[in-house]
Design a protein around this ligand. Structure first.
Ligand SMILES: [Zn+2]
Length: 229
């Protein structure tokens, strides 16, 4: 839609079409993910965000969560609704090809929502905070738990930013569906997948015990977050 007519529809009492699309996406989180819908409800119940703080941009595929300049406890999400370029999507999103375009968009929206969930979960659950420290140490030693965090824009920002993306990605996979995260950990530990992991610069999870420990830390952190509001 041309910019001018967008502005016209903004001026009218009718809803902007992107607001309808946003409302539909937030609703889809409830039925198409295991915990992201409940996570979003907690964020709203805590007064951190309302749906008006989620802005869709049909001109890009980039998503971003911003902390409010006036109040650092508040956030806005800016989500590009274009599909991610295929090569990049395959690189940074586990099982990208098996996701429908709508699921890919929901994945990216829930990733941004997890940027709001993770700092709160870190505050209320000590073990979840310890998980972040572990991921940060792993990053400093060259071990990546997400290929998203390997992108140049994060690599140049340093290990804290990279570990933040790792934590958000693991939390996102769990909140979409715990089985999705389980499958990702199997991928990280499967000897047959070594070539693919090397190509993506991903860590090889050598011990099933460690995979289970990481899974439990995420599960407990998310559960405590969901029960906290
Ligand atoms: Zn992110």
């Amino acid at each position: 839609m041309p910019r001018d007519s967008e502005q016209l529809s903004n001026a009218s009492p009718k809803k902007d079409p992107t607001e309808n699309a946003r409302d539909a996406l937030l609703l889809a989180l409830q039925s198409k993910t295991k915990f992201v819908g409940a996570g979003w409800d907690c964020i709203v119940a805590r007064g951190i965000m309302t749906k008006q703080d989620v802005h869709l941009d049909p001109h890009t595929w980039i998503g971003e969560t911003r902390i409010s300049a006036e109040d650092p406890t508040k956030y806005t999400i800016h989500l590009g609704t274009r599909d991610v370029p295929e090569a990049l999507g395959e690189q940074v999103i586990f099982r990208f090809k098996q996701l429908s375009p709508e699921d890919r968009l929901l994945y990216r929206l829930s990733h941004e929502i997890c940027h709001v969930v993770c700092p709160i979960a870190t505050e209320i659950d000590r073990e979840f905070g310890r998980l972040f420290s572990m991921l940060e140490v792993m990053r400093r030693n060259g071990h990546a738990m997400s290929s998203l965090g390997n992108l140049d824009m994060y690599r140049t920002a340093g290990s804290v930013v990279q570990a933040t993306e790792d934590l958000v990605e693991l939390t996102n996979m769990f909140m979409i569906d715990p089985e999705y995260l389980r499958a990702y950990f199997v991928f990280l530990s499967d000897p047959q997948q070594q070539g693919r992991r090397d190509a993506l610069g991903l860590h090889h999870l050598q011990s099933e015990r460690v995979a289970k420990m990481l899974f439990t830390m995420i599960e407990n952190g998310v559960t405590r977050f969901l029960n906290s509001s």
